[in-house]
Design a protein around this ligand. Structure first.
Ligand SMILES: *Cc1c(COP(=O)(O)O)cnc(C)c1O
Length: 352
């Protein structure tokens, strides 16, 4: 891969001493540096890494009016020898360009993405703390900056990467409701993309769910609300007996990297996975018969997130407390790979 002559504007003084790394609130603290690259005159210009700070844009910038914006979520991990690793970053790179293509945003060059990530993480490496659970959350994103409010794709964009140190995150007990009225995504839409608007559209129904005592909504297909698809920021797995069920990817479901890694780990460990449409009716039936053993979400932020119960059609179900949970098994297996504790048979780690 060629290097890309990224310009670096140094900070005058690090902010690191002002941060309490034992009391981080997710996504609120940012490192010393950020990566920025503008698209104009038909091409991506020379990227720059500079002190983290505010950016200025015209109020007419298209992102504010039409939501032409996509993002990614990834993490860097530090092992006991202070080496830093990314987990399957090639997948994030492919996905942000897939998301961009769907929103008519020009694709970002591979060497800029990887050189930018590596140089940024090197500059901010003291912000990545050792120890299981500690990580650096990485947020690449692209926004339409052209100052013109006509409803068409912009001809100017900004690609940025910002870094936020994260601690192990305990979501508390998560109880979910299966969607019966609202939908997250529809056929032919943008559900498969990490498009900013997908998340804004979930806030209101999720707020209603919170008021009823649910932490999350499990979205169902928009046509019939009979098939279980995914959670708002996580893919979803059901364990019926000793078999795992998860929905196949389609244009409504985000193709999660954690999801595909868990499917591979399940195969490696002789756990049966069925990738097929999962009905609300079969999950309720399995719960009634005591065959539904676990439900869990998968995503970069929490890795695996166990769910303790669900509601649908006015009925509530509690999941049993079980020994040898798949959720915890997968969480440990995956984190051991991410933190360079175990072998990496599939070549998922990238050392920085
Ligand atoms: C990001 C995201 C996921 C999880 O993807 P990972 O690559 O595993 O982090 C799942 N669903 C939605 C809607 C998402 O935005």
């Amino acid at each position: 891969m060629s290097t890309s002559n990224i310009q670096i504007i140094p900070i005058s003084q690090s902010k690191i001493d002002t941060v309490d790394f034992n009391n981080l609130v997710f996504g609120t603290v940012f490192t010393d540096y950020m990566f920025e690259c503008d698209y104009k005159d038909g091409k991506w210009q020379t990227p720059v890494i500079k002190p983290y700070g505010e950016i200025s844009m015209a109020p007419s910038a298209r992102v504010f009016h039409y939501g032409q914006a996509v993002f990614e979520g990834m993490k860097a991990y530090k092992d006991e020898n202070d080496d830093v690793f990314l987990f399957r970053p090639d997948e994030n790179f492919k996905r942000i360009n897939k998301s961009s293509a769907r929103l008519a945003i020009p694709e970002f060059p591979e060497n800029y993405f990887f050189d930018g990530l590596k140089q940024l993480l090197n500059l901010d490496k003291d912000w990545i703390k050792k120890g299981i659970g500690n990580s650096m959350y990485i947020r690449p994103f692209v926004i339409a900056t052209q100052p013109a409010i006509s409803a068409s794709p912009a001809n100017e964009y900004k690609f940025m990467i910002i870094l936020s140190p994260a601690q192990a995150y305990y979501a508390g007990e998560v109880r979910v409701v299966f969607a019966e009225q609202y939908s997250r995504a529809a056929d032919g839409g943008v559900g498969f993309a990490k498009a900013a608007g997908n998340y804004a559209a979930q806030f209101y129904p999720t707020k209603l769910a919170h008021e009823q005592g649910f932490q999350q909504i499990i979205w169902t297909d928009a046509n019939s609300h009979e098939y279980l698809e995914e959670a708002g920021t996580m893919n979803i797995f059901f364990r019926v007996g000793d078999t795992l069920l998860t929905a196949p990817n389609n244009d409504r479901i985000l193709d999660g990297i954690t999801r595909k890694s868990l499917i591979q780990l399940a195969e490696d460990n002789n756990i049966k996975v069925e990738i097929r449409r999962v009905t609300v009716a079969e999950i309720k039936e399995a719960a009634r018969k005591g065959e539904l053993k676990e439900i869990f979400g998968s995503g970069t932020a929490t890795v695996v997130n166990p769910i303790i119960g669900f509601s649908h059609g006015g009925e509530s179900f509690d999941l049993p407390k079980i020994e040898n949970s798949y959720a915890l098994f997968f969480k440990e297996k995956l984190m051991n790979i991410q933190y360079n504790i175990s072998e990496d048979p599939h070549g998922w780690r990238l050392k920085i």
